[in-house]
Structure formats: structure tokens, C-alpha cells
Design a protein around this ligand. Structure first.
Ligand code: MET
Ligand SMILES: [Zn+2]
Length: 773
């Protein structure tokens, strides 16, 4: 068996350098591409990933290239591999043959007869995985052999790559108890039943030629899961004793990312006989017990896989040398999979040359790992030139114009507690009731309306200079009028302008704020075929001019109902951008908060009575280590309040949070002090409203009644049912009726039908309410 390579990356972007896979998927789902066509693109994307990493300098046959392609989601891949289909998908399999990709798509996207799996954020990132549902009766079987097929495909192309799957502990730790599970059931209880399938998978991968397999076990670093770190470490000890004990298997590389690997978990893995263990040295420190396990290969994540900065290569090497000095066997690696990054800077010719020299995308990060591996192998003198170039870029960045702007820093420094506080809610509630005069159970939407092909084409034409600004603005005004008229016709109570001018809710602000740059092709996967193009926040942030005011003002001029002004909050702007790494995030958040504060004041002055500041990423940035929570919650809440507290009592502040697992941050949500908060709740059938009730949440709340992540149109009766569930926990005067999230990814047919059902359901619920009174 071969040694573990001296340099590796934990994963690679999966969607294709030019989003080939995204496009192929969408054509396939629309029926414009057949399965053979889709499979051909999938194969090309896998081949291109291997070639790109080989070109960056990773070895073709030394297992340093991860075989980490995924067509929709890697947790879904693992779910299908181990055949853990929830009961409601039982009709997709005969229980014996392989579960195919088409079945996986139904799990992911739902269809007329299946509600899709839930999605939630992958650790503290902006990537969404599909949440497995496990109960005492879930069956496990080796039900999809794609990983082994891919290893064979790699071999045929002259590679020995390293198949990558989610490890058994993480798979179960990230799962939720299925609805039919008994109270108190935890998916980890099924570990011993799952392990035999992993043994089969390992044997099959070995037979396919894999020398090493990578099992991602990042759950071991998280303190925010249902299972405690001690339970997770105990599960790891059991799981890996079983897997390492197998005779037919590749060598095991257990990778962990996103925070420090706790000593207990490290000992569990090393003690079980795992041959290589990876840990994150960007967001964590090395486990203390390393010296006790000299046989283990320690794969040190010293190159940040989750940001786009070229960073301090010298410091990364110093970490490796320090580890090696303890006598440990050391390899260089990225801290996380590179699927959080765009493919390559080669596609960013238009980027400012200075800024570009400070950056590294996936291919360039792989190149950095290769440099470090050479230093480990041949000595640091052999890479002196590369180290020097990286240090020079870093020094130049620190001094560059715009990175530190005195006026911005002085404004932040002069803030006081009074700048963060509004009048008490009781007072605001009365003032808003008078100002707005809304009915009980008001209906609204989350902001965006469908981004039609026509809108995208108009934006493209404008960006290419094919139409001038006046023509584009005229187009947007017509679109806004259409959306406002539609909402009037549907009978919604609080309107939106529909956000047609925004390519993306963060990028739009980034493009209009100083301190940001945008990329040409910097796409990263968000979920399935959905990609985002995060902006690069590289300098001090300020707002040169009002951003959204003219659109909101125009929309408001078309209706007597209130139109919500629509902003993206500071935490979300940070979470969905590539942020600077040279100062605490909280400092950056305050700069963004101040810029938004100016926008709130201007919206209000323009006559906008309701302003929504979206913070869907509030939960996502919550650190995985509990010790860091207090600091995070303080700056995230304060930066939101900084942006909104400028509003008068009669101005109603809304916020929107995607996802509903926020038991953990309910104090923070309360701390935002928004008058109304909309949240996702439809897929979990309002699970979250109980948490809110238990907490005694005192202000307005809009639990989503329509799951907009699926093309399914909810019936009026379904919506009524969800409203009734919500009414049991939330006082009617605080309850709002809205979809789970924005509608930009939906088509107009579904949108109109669903909103019609939603408004009709609200009318029914109102009638029931007044009958009761
Ligand atoms: C991901 S949250 C989206 C909120 C935004 N206002 C929208 O409706 O699209
Ligand atoms: Zn949302």
C-alpha cells in the first residue's frame, strides 16, 4: 500500500469551470437533454477536475487527487450510497436494485407525489446539504456504486484518485430523526446498523483500485449538533474500530474541517487504527496528542479552503514545520474542500491586477499546497521564490489604497450605544398600527418575484452595452409595475417591488458599495444546480450614494398599500461574500451596518413605511465552537441594530431568516429587535413555532406557509392547515402569512397559483378568527 501523499486538497469545485453541470442539470430537468447527455457532461466535469489538479502539480497516481465529484449534493450521494431512503420515498426502489440518480433527484427536489428532503447549511458555510431522515426502521444497504465506478473511470484515464464520501458518524450526526421516529430517538443510535454498508463500500472501492479513501467527519469538530462532542468521539471510536478492522479496504483518511479537532475525537480515530487524520489548522489548532501516534499521517489543513486569499504561505509552512518538529508524519492540505471556491483566477482577467495578486481560487490553492509539499520533501530553500512572492503580495495588500480608509474608521469609532437602540416595542407597535392600518394576519412576500429569462436578458444586454441605462431603467420600471399590479390583483396586504434590478441580493449591494470587487466567473455552488457569485470584500466599506431608494419609491407610487423597502443585512452581506481576513469580522460588519443605516434613513425619508433587512445568514455564521458564540452574537446583533435603529417608531422593521433551526440563536433573533420576522417553516410543518412560543417571542412573526424550494403548488387547504398550526403557538395579532422565502427561482405559473391559495387561506383564517371573537 502506498504512503499518503505529502500534499493534497480535500475536494474540488463540482459544478464545472463554466457551470457546465449546472446547465446540463437544468436542461435535463426541463426535458431538453436526455440522460446520456447529462451523464456525458458529468463525466467531462469529473475528468476536467482531475486534469486541473494534476496540472496544479498534484500527482496523478499517488492518491493526492480527491475523487469528489457530486452531481447534486455529497450528503445526498452518501444517503443514496447507503440506501437510507426515508419511508415516503420507498416507491422509488424495489429494495434490491441500485437507487439511481433520477431517484436521488426526487429526494432532492420533490415531485407531485413526494415532498423533498429538507435542506440546511453545511457547518458554518453557505452551502446547503440535504438532510437525511433516519428512524428505527430505516433500512441500510449498499444501493449505489457510483463512487466505485468513478474510481474505475479515473483508473482508465491513468489516475489513482482518492474516493471521498461522508463518514458514518457525520452522516448520522447531520441527519434528523424522521417524523415517524419515537420521541428521544437519535439517528446516531443506528450507527452499528449502518457500518456493515460502509464495510461493503470500502471493499468495493478497494476492488476498484482505490489505495486511500477519504471519509469526511467534520461533525467531530462541531459543538452545535444534537450529539455532544463526547458522544461524537465515542461514536467515532466505535465506527472506525469496525472500519479499520476490515481486511478488504483502502487505507483510511478521515478528514475534518471548519474548526479544531477535539483531542478526544483525535484519540478515537488514531486509537482505532485510522491511517491518516486531517485537521483544520486555519480555524483550529493541532490535537494535543499527536506525538502519541507516530504511525498516523497527519494531514494539516494549513491552506484556507474556504476563502479566496492567497494568504501567508510562509506562516502556513511554519505550521507544518512546527508539527514535524514533534516527530509527527505530516502532509500539507487545504483546511476544507475547495468546493467553496471558484475554479481559477485564469478566468478573472478583468480583475484589478493588484487585487488579483492577493488572491487564490481552487486551482491556485492546489498550487499552494504543491509548493508546501515540495518544501516538506525537498526543504524550504527549494521554494524560497514562491514564499517570497506570496509575502510580497501580502505586504503590498496591507498598504494598498482603500484597504484602510480613515473616514470610515473614524465614523465607526464614534458610535455609541444610543445609535443601536430604538423606542420600546410596545410604543412602536401602537405607532405602526396607526400608521399602517393592516388587517389581522397580514399577507406579504419575502421580496423577490420570479427572475424571468426576460429580466436576465435585459440585464445582460445592459451589461454588454447593447441597451443604454435609460432603456434598462425603463425596463425595470415596467417590470416593477407588473409585479405591483399582480400583487394588487392577488390582494396581498404588504407589497414588494420584486427586486428585478438585483442579480443577487448580496452582489447587488456589493456592486453599489465601496470596498467590494466582483468577479466575472467566480461561481460557487449553493445547492444542487444553484450557484452564487460572491463578491470580494477587500477594503473599508462605505456607501457613495443611495442604492435602492428610487425603486422602492417608484413601487410605492403605484399603490396605496405599503411597499416594503428591501435591504440585505450586514451579516448576510459578509456571509455571502468573500470577506477580508485581515481584521475581525465584527469590524467589517460594523462598516457595512453603517452603510445600510444611511440607506434605511433615506428610504424612510422617501416615504417608505416598512423596511425589511434580510438576515438569512445569521445562523450560518454561528461559530461551531461554543466558546466563540457570545462574541459572534454580540457583533452580529449589534451590526443589524446599527443598520435599523435609525428608523422612527412608526416605521416597521422586518427581517427575514431562511431556515428554521435556530433554537440555538433565538436570543439573538430576539436581540435584533425587528418588528416582524419571517422564517422558513413549511417543510418542517411549522416545527419552529413551538420554539418561539417556548421562548415567549414577543413580536411579529411570519412562519412560511409555502415551501418555495420546490416547484409544488400548495393547496389552499394545506396553507390553512399550516396557519392553524401556527395560530396555536403565536398570538393572532403577531402572525403574518408569507412564503418561506423569496420567489426569484420560481416560475410565474407556480407563483401566481401559490399566492392565490395563500391569500385565500388568509381570508379563511381571518373569517375563522373573527367568528371566534
Ligand atoms: C435568501 S433570503 C431572500 C430574501 C430576498 N428579499 C428575496 O426575496 O429574494
Ligand atoms: Zn429566505
Amino acid at each position: 500500500m502506498t504512503n499518503f501523499p505529502l500534499g493534497t486538497v480535500l475536494g474540488y469545485p463540482r459544478i464545472g469551470r463554466n457551470r457546465e453541470l449546472k446547465r446540463a442539470l437544468e436542461r435535463y430537468w426541463r426535458g431538453d437533454l436526455d440522460r446520456a447527455g447529462l451523464d456525458a457532461v458529468r463525466g467531462e466535469v469529473r475528468a476536467a477536475a482531475r486534469e486541473a489538479l494534476a496540472e496544479a502539480g498534484l500527482g496523478r497516481t499517488d492518491s493526492s487527487i480527491p475523487e469528489a465529484a457530486s452531481t447534486y449534493d455529497h450528503v445526498l450521494d452518501t444517503l443514496v450510497t447507503v440506501g437510507a431512503l426515508p419511508a415516503r420515498f420507498a416507491d422509488l426502489t424495489d429494495g434490491e436494485s441500485d437507487v439511481d440518480l433520477d431517484a436521488a433527484f426526487v429526494l432532492a427536489r420533490g415531485d407531485a407525489s413526494h415532498t423533498a428532503l429538507e435542506m440546511t447549511k453545511w457547518f458554518d458555510t453557505n452551502y446547503h446539504y440535504l438532510v437525511p431522515e433516519i428512524s428505527a426502521t430505516t433500512t441500510f444497504r449498499y444501493a449505489n456504486r457510483s463512487r466505485a465506478d468513478e474510481a474505475r473511470e479515473a483508473a482508465a484515464a491513468g489516475f489513482t484518485t482518492r474516493p471521498t464520501i461522508v463518514g458514518p458518524v457525520t452522516f448520522l450526526a447531520l441527519a434528523k430523526a424522521a417524523d415517524d421516529a419515537e420521541a428521544g430517538f437519535s439517528p446516531l443510535q443506528r450507527l452499528d446498523d449502518l457500518l456493515p454498508v460502509y464495510l461493503e463500500v470500502l471493499a468495493d472501492l478497494r476492488a476498484a483500485g482505490a489505495e486511500w479513501v477519504q471519509l469526511d467527519e467534520s461533525a467531530l469538530v462541531a459543538e452545535t449538533l444534537d450529539a455532544s462532542p463526547a458522544e461524537l468521539a465515542e461514536a467515532a471510536a466505535r465506527a472506525y474500530a469496525a472500519l479499520a478492522g476490515a481486511s478488504e479496504r483502502p487505507q483510511l483518511f478521515v478528514a475534518t474541517s471548519y474548526a479544531a479537532l477535539p483531542d478526544a475525537a483525535y484519540r478515537a480515530l488514531a486509537g482505532a487504527g485510522v491511517e491518516a487524520i486531517g485537521f483544520d489548522l486555519v480555524n483550529g489548532v493541532a490535537p494535543a496528542a499527536i506525538a502519541e501516534f507516530p504511525a498516523v499521517q497527519h494531514v494539516a489543513g494549513v491552506i484556507n479552503g474556504h476563502n479566496i486569499w492567497r494568504g501567508d504561505l510562509e506562516a502556513a509552512l511554519a505550521k507544518l514545520e512546527e508539527l514535524r518538529a514533534t516527530g509527527a508524519k505530516v502532509s500539507a492540505s487545504t483546511s476544507t474542500s475547495l468546493f467553496h471556491l471558484p475554479h481559477t483566477l485564469d478566468d478573472e482577467g478583468a480583475l484589478d491586477a493588484g487585487l488579483r495578486s492577493w488572491l487564490a481560487f481552487a486551482n491556485e490553492k492546489a498550487g499552494q499546497v504543491v509548493v508546501l509539499a515540495r518544501a516538506l520533501n525537498e526543504g524550504r530553500d527549494e521554494v524560497a521564490a514562491e514564499l517570497e512572492a506570496a509575502s510580497a503580495a501580502l505586504a503590498q495588500r496591507a498598504e494598498a489604497t482603500g484597504v484602510r480608509v480613515p473616514a470610515v474608521r473614524e465614523r465607526v469609532a464614534s458610535l455609541t450605544a444610543a445609535d443601536l437602540a430604538r423606542a420600546p416595542f410596545a410604543e412602536r407597535e401602537v405607532a405602526q398600527e396607526q400608521a399602517l392600518g393592516l388587517p389581522a394576519l397580514p399577507t406579504t412576500t419575502i421580496g423577490s418575484f420570479p427572475q424571468t429569462g426576460e429580466i436576465r436578458r435585459a440585464r445582460q444586454a445592459f451589461n454588454k452595452g447593447e441597451i443604454d441605462e435609460a432603456a434598462y431603467e425603463g425596463f425595470l420600471r415596467d417590470e416593477i409595475k407588473r409585479v405591483v399590479d399582480l400583487q394588487l390583483e392577488l390582494g396581498l396586504d404588504v407589497l414588494v417591488h420584486g427586486e428585478p434590478e438585483r442579480n443577487d441580493m448580496v452582489q447587488y449591494f456589493a456592486e453599489n458599495l465601496d470596498g467590494f470587487a466582483t468577479t466575472a466567473n467566480g461561481w460557487v455552488q449553493s445547492y444542487g444546480s444553484r450557484c452564487t457569485r460572491p463578491s470580494i470584500l477587500w477594503g473599508d466599506v462605505s456607501r457613495p450614494a443611495p442604492i435602492t431608494v428610487r425603486w422602492a419609491e417608484y413601487a410605492q407610487s403605484l399603490a396605496s398599500q405599503p411597499v416594503k423597502g428591501m435591504l440585505t443585512g450586514p451579516v448576510t452581506i459578509l456571509a455571502w461574500s468573500f470577506v477580508r481576513d485581515d481584521q475581525p469580522l465584527g469590524d467589517t460588519a460594523f462598516q457595512v451596518g453603517l452603510a445600510l443605516r444611511d440607506e434605511v434613513a433615506d428610504l424612510e425619508a422617501a416615504g417608505i413605511q416598512i423596511i425589511q433587512v434580510d438576515e438569512p445568514a445569521l445562523r450560518e455564521l454561528l461559530p461551531l465552537e461554543r466558546a466563540r458564540h457570545a462574541d459572534y452574537l454580540k457583533w452580529s446583533v449589534d451590526s443589524f441594530r446599527l443598520s435599523t435603529a435609525v428608523a422612527k417608531p412608526e416605521t416597521q422593521i422586518h427581517t427575514h431568516l431562511c431556515y428554521s433551526e435556530f433554537g440555538e440563536i433565538i436570543e439573538a433573533i430576539d436581540g435584533l429587535d425587528a418588528d416582524v420576522t419571517s422564517i422558513e417553516a413549511a417543510r418542517s410543518r411549522m416545527e419552529v413555532v413551538g420554539d418561539l412560543e417556548a421562548h415567549g417571542y414577543p413580536r411579529g412573526i411570519g412562519p412560511g406557509v409555502w415551501d418555495i424550494h420546490s416547484p409544488r403548488v400548495p393547496s389552499e387547504a394545506e396553507v390553512v392547515e399550516l396557519v392553524e398550526i401556527a395560530e396555536r403557538s403565536i398570538p393572532a395579532r403577531h402572525l403574518w402569512i408569507n412564503p418561506d422565502c423569496g420567489l426569484k427561482t420560481r416560475g410565474y405559473d407556480e407563483t401566481v397559483a401559490s399566492l392565490r391559495h395563500m391569500v385565500a387561506a388568509a381570508t379563511q383564517a381571518r373569517e375563522a378568527l373573527s367568528a371566534k371573537q
